[in-house]
Design a protein around this ligand. Structure first.
Ligand SMILES: Cc1ncc(COP(=O)(O)O)c(C=O)c1O
Length: 430
């Protein structure tokens, strides 16, 4: 600083600079899983063999043919520029083709399908396209965090309604629409539901469309677990309900059934105006997905249906092992029909003695098992633990033994054989 500068200027530039964030940042709560993740990391660094059932992050890779196509497409110099922000037409056509094959739903790939950088990106930007100050969305409780905070980031308000009993959920939606002024604008659905694992039948969506038309409610269906179902159950698509494309859209993903979580490939399909609005926002925010990934995703959608089915069966075997094991140590568990999680009611006396968060910390510290506290999914999740089926069968058995030991619960002999428990996974997968 030159000696000629006046003193006032010197003191201004010496003042600490204040970063002032936008108000919307203060609508986000502290990250509840941060504490658990920090301890998990510390314990791993200390050499503890931690069994991590926290996140629904698939443990297997995609099909070899899909990876090979990615490598081949990455070697093609034509695939390295900006791609189309809505996704390449062949991929959108493939998505429409899958909807027709699996659900009998006809979609125009040009106007009714858009590719997203993972369905979570698409969902959040759709909230930005639909919601603003004073607008309200109805979300299921407990909630997958982005269902509430995607709305909050778009300056809207979220009302959460208990999802556990579907009939009750529908009548609460109707009641909320009758009583609220201005009426809610958006209904967010997620079946198979994360975290509670609740599932529905196709008739449920028929009722949803009726309600949506009656009350002018737009609908977003988050269908992330479309491909992961057990015991012959096929989760229904919202878009298959008559009139669904008049009122809403559905998000699907390649993260779960196709083991492509890190690739960030999701889709939005349905109502053309809503799809167009999402496309408009995306055109401002991104330049589309790396084209080599889109080309490999086409190969996955065309050829990997058997692999997707095998993957679902692998989760089914893991579900059997975990549910059976927890029941043997006295937990009251409802086996999920779909999804990647077991939603476990915390047993007594712990449920009355400590919070869900403290119980998760106890399992982490004393049993070396990480699971997500239900309270991370809002107050309706209190009293539950979400366990992801992302470790192999042997590790799940080990998790149950360690939990049982930590809680002083010994394994009772099974009174009946667990349904469908098949041979343990091969050592290559352990
Ligand atoms: C209900 C639900 N929706 C969306 C997502 C995000 O999926 P994607 O990887 O496509 O962003 C998840 C991931 O866990 C999920 O559980």
């Amino acid at each position: 600083m030159s000696p000629q500068q006046p003193r006032a200027e010197q003191s201004e530039s010496d003042r600490p600079f204040k970063i002032v964030l936008a108000d919307r940042m203060y609508r986000l709560p502290p990250y509840l899983f941060g504490k658990i993740n920090a301890i998990l990391y510390q314990k791993r660094r200390a050499g503890d063999d931690m069994i991590d059932l926290g996140m629904g992050n698939p443990s297997e890779p995609p099909q070899d043919a899909v990876i090979e196509k990615l490598v081949e497409a990455a070697r093609d110099p034509r695939n390295h520029g900006y791609s189309q922000s809505l996704g390449i037409m062949n991929l959108r056509r493939e998505v429409a083709g899958k909807y027709f094959r699996k659900f009998g739903v006809r979609l125009d790939p040009e106007k009714e399908v858009v590719v997203c950088l993972g369905s979570k990106e698409g969902f959040s930007h759709m909230c930005l396209a639909l919601m603003g100050p004073g607008d309200t969305a109805i979300v299921p409780a407990p909630y997958f965090p982005v269902h509430v905070y995607g709305v909050a980031l778009a300056s809207g308000n979220a009302i959460s309604l208990e999802v556990a009993h579907s009939e009750q959920f529908l009548s609460n939606i109707a009641l909320t629409c009758e009583r609220m002024h201005p009426r809610p604008k958006l209904l967010i659905l997620n079946y198979p539901h994360n975290p509670s694992t609740v599932t529905v039948e196709p008739e449920f969506f028929v009722e949803v469309v009726k309600l949506a038309k009656k009350y002018g409610l737009m609908v977003i269906s988050d269908f992330a677990y479309a491909d992961v179902a057990f015991d012959g159950y096929q989760p229904p698509s919202f878009l298959a309900a008559p009139g669904a494309c008049d009122v809403g859209v559905e998000f699907t993903t390649m993260s779960k059934g196709y083991n492509m979580a890190g690739w960030r490939v999701g889709f939005c399909a349905g109502n053309a105006e809503m799809v167009k609005a999402l496309g408009t926002i995306k055109a401002y925010y991104d330049y589309g997905m790396f084209q080599a990934i889109q080309i490999a995703a086409i190969v996955a959608l065309r050829g990997a249906e058997a692999a997707v089915e095998d993957q679902a069966q692998l989760y089914q075997r893991r579900r059997n092992v975990l549910v059976d094991g927890l029941r043997r140590i006295g937990w009251d568990i409802t086996p999920p029909r779909a999804g990647m999680f077991v939603w476990a009611k915390i047993p007594e006396p712990w449920a009355s003695q400590m919070s869900t968060m403290d119980f998760s910390m106890k399992l982490l510290e004393e049993a070396d098992v990480a699971a997500s506290p239900g309270s991370g999914f809002g107050p309706a999740g209190e009293g539950y633990l979400r366990m992801a089926l992302v470790e192999n069968e042997n590790r799940l058995r080990q998790a149950v033994r360690q939990i049982g030991r930590c809680l002083g619960q010994s394994e009772a002999k099974p009174s009946v054989a667990a349904p469908d428990v098949v041979a343990a996974e091969s050592p290559a997968q352990t």
